[in-house]
Ligand binder design. Structure first.
Ligand code: 6CS
Ligand code: FE
Length: 304
């Protein structure tokens, strides 16, 4: 399937068209969720991989030890208070405050996080799910501070990565590693279980430099209320709570979001997106031009 030039016109051969029609649409996903065999050797057992294929996500209760959590939490604090990092485009602050919301491309900024990316507990699970070698499409840390850390409205990551980063198919998986306790009330990740099997085509063209606003608060590429209602009624909503050190692996096309955090308890996580090397990004399908490489990588070197 050849990618269209980075244009905003729908191309007939692209199954996952979005942001080009005046009407939303629910499109059935045709690719598998687990690309390797569900009995492939690795950190996941067959039962866990089957569960991941069914729900579109899987939780690892204690991926990191308490000591490791403390180490990475200290690393997050160091990064968030480093003036050079604060001044970098990779650092996104909250819409309503000057608090750090996210820092992108952290696996290149922090040696500790680079090691975590290549840790078998992390990349090994991604390889099992994606059925082979993987590279990092995106990494970020989300701070979601207490008393006002902003949420993320419902969306599919694949919809954005297809439209704006040129990701051909949903053969990518995200790993969110919590460094603070994720309660129901402090903005934990919410996923509609099974929603990864439906691609929601969104309405509204991608503006120039959309990422400058979308990373603070996404508007373009968010599904319409009727589509969200249909998916929520069909699948329900799971609240991904978990202790610090727990991780959630979730398919690139899961419908997910998280609420604002008005509690005193921050919800910080490390977020790593693995893409199959067989699914390397091409030109954006529905955006005027590529996003910066710190958001959508163009180095497809497999994680070793
Ligand atoms: O635009 C993106 O790539 C990012 N936006 C969200 C809300 N989730 C996925 C990703 O980190
Ligand atoms: Fe997301």
């Amino acid at each position: 399937m050849s990618a269209p030039s980075s244009s905003q016109t729908r191309t007939t051969q692209d199954r996952y068209y979005t942001r080009v029609s005046s009407e939303p649409a629910l499109i059935e996903r045709v690719e598998p969720t687990v690309w390797g065999s569900e009995s492939s050797a690795g950190m996941y057992g067959a039962q866990e991989l089957h569960g991941h294929a069914e729900k579109g996500f899987s939780q690892v209760p204690q991926l990191l030890t308490p000591d490791e959590v403390a180490g990475y939490a200290a690393e997050l604090d160091r990064l968030a208070t480093d003036p050079l990092v604060r001044a970098d485009d990779r650092c996104i602050v909250e819409k309503k405050s000057d608090e750090v919301r996210s820092i992108f491309e952290v696996h290149r900024i922090s040696d500790a996080i680079a090691r975590l990316v290549a840790d078998e507990r992390v990349v090994g699970r991604a390889r099992q799910i994606l059925g082979g070698d993987v590279y990092v499409h995106q990494s970020r840390i989300n701070y979601k501070p207490g008393f006002g850390g902003g949420g993320f409205y419902w969306h599919s990551d694949f919809e954005t990565w297809h439209a704006e980063d040129g990701m051909p198919t949903p053969r990518a998986v995200s790993c969110s590693i919590s460094l603070t306790e994720n309660y129901e009330y402090n903005g934990c990740l919410m996923i509609m279980p099974g929603s990864h099997r439906t691609f929601v085509s969104c309405v509204g063209e991608t503006p120039e430099d959309n990422y400058r606003s979308s990373l603070k608060e996404q508007e373009i590429g968010t599904p319409d209320p009727d589509s969200l209602t249909a998916l929520a009624n069909r699948h329900g909503i799971a609240m991904l709570t978990g202790k610090a050190g727990s991780a959630t692996f979730f398919d690139s096309n899961c419908m997910h979001g998280s609420g604002d955090n008005i509690t005193p308890y921050p919800r910080s996580n490390i977020f790593i997106v693995f893409n199959s090397v067989e699914n390397a990004c091409v030109e954006p399908y529905y955006a005027p031009r590529r996003r910066p490489e710190y958001i959508g990588a163009r180095d497809f070197t497999p994680v070793r």
